[in-house]
Write a protein that binds this ligand. Structure first.
Ligand SMILES: *[C@@H]1O[C@H](CO)[C@@H](O)[C@H](O)[C@H]1NC(C)=O
Ligand SMILES: *[C@@H]1O[C@H](CO)[C@@H](O)[C@H](O)[C@H]1NC(C)=O
Length: 250
């Protein structure tokens, strides 16, 4: 009888420890991608729009500098593929790059992909609705030729150009709504949230670091409440150990 009880307790412990480990793996982490540091740490000299992440960052100073350049060494991405992107619009793409490269708070949305250029990506990060709305409003009058900027470019000249089949139109032709922009542009890396900035339930692309990084609490919330699959796993491990306990008892 005693050994069965021991087995039961052991299996229960495995489930509990497994759950705790998985949760801590989601907090304060860097994704395994092209330019990310292996682990977050302070970077006192992060450049300009990336500076909110100085206290704890997945990007190096070099990456933060490159994030502000056109056709930078990061991805050779050309924002001006349909003529000059307006500065008011471009600053959102710089901020998006800073969030992607520097944030240690995207763990709950990291997925394995094993693409040629990265092992992990982010999927459905709940972007605060105002951050998406302003991004869209400031970019409405700039021009582009595609609604998914991850695929379908002509890279023959070493940076992305519009393929001959894709015509340049105003942003609001390819992205009729804020959600169309934020969700589609990077293949659902973002999923616009119905929550507002300051709610603690959505990720802010823009924040004032004097008040700390609001995304830390958001990641903690989704690590605790968003892991439906994980709690199912824990539940089933507990279920199996209970079942074993009763089978072995008779
Ligand atoms: C960042 O590093 C890359 C690769 O070492 C280099 O080519 C680039 O010039 C650096 N950028 C800055 C701004 O130092
Ligand atoms: C790609 O760009 C090159 C150089 O700009 C051009 O000659 C070629 O026709 C383009 N191909 C497509 C499929 O757009």
């Amino acid at each position: 009888m005693a050994w069965r009880l021991t087995l039961f307790v052991l299996l229960g412990l495995v489930a509990a420890v497994g759950g705790a480990r998985a949760k801590s793996d989601m907090l304060n982490v860097c994704m395994d991608a092209k330019h990310h540091k292996p682990k977050p740490s302070p970077e006192d000299k992060l450049h300009d729009q990336c500076s909110p992440w100085r206290k704890n960052s997945c990007c190096s100073v070099n990456t933060s500098l490159e994030a502000h350049k056109d056709i930078s060494y990061l991805y050779r991405f050309n924002w001006d593929h349909c003529g000059k992107m307006e500065p008011a619009c471009k600053r959102h793409f710089i901020q998006d790059t800073c969030l992607y490269e520097c944030s240690p708070n995207l763990g709950p949305w990291i997925q394995e992909v094993n693409q040629k250029w990265r092992r992990e990506r982010i999927l459905n990060v709940p972007l605060c609705k105002e951050d998406c709305q302003i991004w869209w409003e400031d970019c409405r009058t700039s021009y582009t030729c595609k609604s998914n900027w991850h695929k379908g470019w002509n890279w023959t000249s070493g940076y992305n150009q519009c393929p001959v089949s894709a015509a340049c139109h105003r942003f609001d032709f390819y992205f009729p709504t804020p959600a169309a922009l934020c969700n589609e542009i990077w293949s659902h890396s973002f999923e616009v949230s119905s929550y507002s900035r300051g709610s603690g339930r959505c990720i802010q692309m823009w924040f004032d670091p004097a008040q700390g990084n609001p995304n830390e609490a958001v990641a903690r919330y989704y690590a605790e409440n968003g892991d439906i699959l994980l709690s199912r796993f824990q539940g089933s491990t507990l279920g199996v150990s209970l079942l074993l306990y009763f089978i072995l008892s008779f």
